[in-house]
Design a protein around this ligand. Structure first.
Ligand SMILES: [Zn+2]
Ligand SMILES: [Zn+2]
Length: 401
């Protein structure tokens, strides 16, 4: 047995307070694959081994949580992990939260792609973006560009609903104060939201789109996607440069089809704003996805009593290693952002405990290549079940969860 797997198993049966047998039995191989994901991949000649293991054992529950990508940040540190992207599946319909790198490929690998030529997005009901950072939206241009050729055989005519932040309306503060920065990029529209971004994409891909519209009868992407900025004007009138959201008294309604109800809250990823966490309520149970945030009371409210909380996490030791390589003027702002606008290993357990969720699933792992035993330290302060996310892990919601 590989040393990494052995050490992960020892960590699981020791410090984490979970027996190896319990872990393997609790939710099947998927849990073991999750906790061992990095270790299995590191011991394998093929980086997809962990993902394959998780998929092969996936239960086909009516409602389930599927982790498509579990990397935090825009850097590929572990080829076994794609960029952050999470799917919620109910009754065959697929809802995606964020599109990190390789999300399209992971969608198909997870068996959620609709099947067959021209029906790649046949099951897709909605796409939700937590915020506009590149590691969360980088696959949107790719998916938008191939939409018409993945929708030709779509089994129903409803557009795919897309929701995300609107135009922020103000640039974030310069940090440290007084530092000289150049003119804003795209000064006439320096903080576009998801609707504006999509407009730019439509223009950028005009050559391909016009070619296919005129010669191949494919559809205009505006007929494939219905794109919306999530309106926060009633709860946050004028987003200031600090970007620290107000305390909300109730969630923001986003979308429902009667069976699945999606709501949002404002999380704290300052100075980036607005940033959302999303909750999915289904007849079988509930799933909450944190997006990028420091410990957030709004998120705790949103997640209260949920079956699953998928939460981002960052290792402060990684932050120190990272900034060591940078000049001071770059290191200080980056260290501040990473530690003040994300949730550390020590902080994430108490968040899940306060929300009284059933299972805490760690995703958006920063760094993606951390040894799994390090992530298991997040069990401190949380009395529920902890799962370290791995790509293509499928977790049932409801009776089998
Ligand atoms: Zn991120
Ligand atoms: Zn972010």
């Amino acid at each position: 047995m590989c040393d990494l797997i052995g050490s992960a198993l020892r960590a699981m049966s020791g410090d984490a307070g979970i027996s190896r047998r319990d872990l393997l039995r609790a939710t099947g191989t998927a849990v073991a694959a999750s906790a061992l994901g990095t270790a299995v991949a590191s011991c394998s000649a093929t980086p997809s081994t962990a993902s394959t293991t998780a998929t092969a054992s996936a239960p086909a529950a009516r409602t389930r949580l599927v982790l498509l990508g579990t990397t935090g940040g825009p850097t590929i540190l572990d080829p076994a992990r794609a960029g952050t992207s999470t799917a919620v599946v109910h009754d065959g319909g697929v809802h995606l939260v964020d599109l990190g790198f390789s999300a399209h490929q992971r969608l198909v690998a997870a068996g959620l792609g609709g099947g067959g030529w021209g029906n790649g997005f046949g099951n897709l009901r909605s796409i939700l973006f937590t915020h506009m950072h590149s590691d969360h939206v980088t696959e949107w241009p790719a998916i938008y560009s191939v939409a018409s050729t993945n929708i030709a055989g779509r089994l129903h005519d409803r557009p795919i609903e897309v929701f995300g932040p609107g135009d922020r309306g103000s640039l974030p503060r310069v940090f440290p104060a007084g530092r000289t920065v150049g003119e804003p990029i795209n000064p006439e529209d320096p903080t576009p939201g998801i609707v504006a971004m999509t407009g730019y994409l439509r223009r950028a891909w005009a050559g391909d789109f016009n070619d296919r519209l005129r010669n191949s009868s494919f559809r205009d992407p505006t007929a494939v996607f219905s794109v919306h900025d999530i309106d926060v004007s009633t709860v946050w009138a004028g987003i200031d440069p600090e970007g620290i959201p107000p305390r909300l008294t109730e969630p923001i309604p986003v979308w429902t089809d009667g069976a699945v109800r999606i709501t949002a809250t404002l999380v704290d990823h300052h100075p980036t704003a607005p940033a959302f966490g999303f909750r999915f309520d289904t007849p079988d149970g509930s799933i909450v996805v944190s997006g990028d945030t420091c410990p957030s009371e709004n998120l705790i409210d949103l997640a209260r009593g949920a079956d699953y909380l998928v939460h981002e996490v960052i290792d402060p030791l990684f932050v120190e290693e990272l900034v060591k390589q940078l000049p001071a003027e770059q290191a200080d702002p980056l260290r501040t952002h990473l530690l003040e606008s994300h949730t550390t290993i020590d902080q994430v357990g108490p968040v899940a405990e306060a929300a009284r969720v059933g299972t805490l699933v760690l995703s958006h792992l920063a760094p993606a290549h951390n040894p799994p035993e390090r992530w298991l330290e997040a069990q401190k302060g949380f009395s529920g079940r902890l799962i370290v996310g791995a790509d293509l892990m499928q977790l049932p919601v409801g009776q089998d969860s």
